[in-house]
Ligand binder design. Sequence first.
Ligand code: HEC
Ligand code: HEC
Length: 233
Amino acid sequence: MASAGTQKSANALARTTSVDEGRQIFLRGCSSCHGINAEGGDIAPSLIGVGAASVDFQVGTGRMPLADMSQQAARKRPLYNPEQVAALAAYVASLAPGPEIPNQVVASYERDGNTAQGGELFRTNCAMCHNFSGQGGALSQGKYAPSLMGSTPAQIYEAMITGPQSMPVFGDKVISPADKLSIIKWIKAAQNEPNLGGASLGRIGPVTEGLLVWTLGLGLLIGIAVWLATKAR
Ligand code: HEC
Ligand code: HEC
């Protein structure tokens, strides 16, 4: 019992240290936009209640700290190391409850996910923005859905539960946790084998294939017309 108690207080202590450290990093690197207490301001939204998952996604993909306000937050080399990201996440999570970092949940995606089902779900829920092969695509007003070819399993899960910028949130009622793992498994397969999404023609996507079919079809029609014309003579 005594050792369990010691263990518990050691964990609590580690958590407090990490929250304090996170707060220090936050004050230096984030508070100018997000406010001294993460309450939000004129330029940036409040982070109270966004949860550790959102911080892990935004800072872990290098989107935050935001470099250029005029643009969509782009994926770039992360400014902070994994311990600092964890500390920032712990600090924001200490402000109010929110979605947790799904590291444990995604650990079993290889075993519990189903690639074929994931592909099906990807085509119905994600392909309209990210392209059939996950290569990304343009949206309206100069915005874009980025390529998913560099996303880690945790980042894919986090994107679905936090819905960054113009991406919708896919809550567990819309896509169950098990289905999320299948989507992750399909994206990981597509990362290793980019032709998976049917973009085999120079990886430009289904549009090219459609165009090719159209051109071939048109060629055939012209051929038939010429043939008929010759016959009629
Ligand atoms: C130059 C201003 C700026 C700085 C500095 C900045 N942010 Fe942001 N942040 C924004 C803006 C604007 C948004 C909203 C638009 C977006 O999501 O890209 C945002 C969004 C976010 C979100 C998403 C919130 C949500 O609703 O899920 C998180 C999390 C976040 N920032 C964390 C951070 C952290 C942590 C830092 C420090 C390491 C930081 N930001 C530094 C401007 C900034
Ligand atoms: C309406 C368009 C739209 C749909 C639908 C959509 N996304 Fe996104 N997604 C976006 C946009 C826009 C971003 C970039 C947001 C940002 O930069 O803050 C994004 C970002 C992401 C990222 C982060 C990529 C990275 O590593 O930088 C992942 C992963 C992701 N989406 C996965 C998915 C999955 C999986 C689905 C389907 C379940 C999906 N998205 C559906 C628009 C969409």
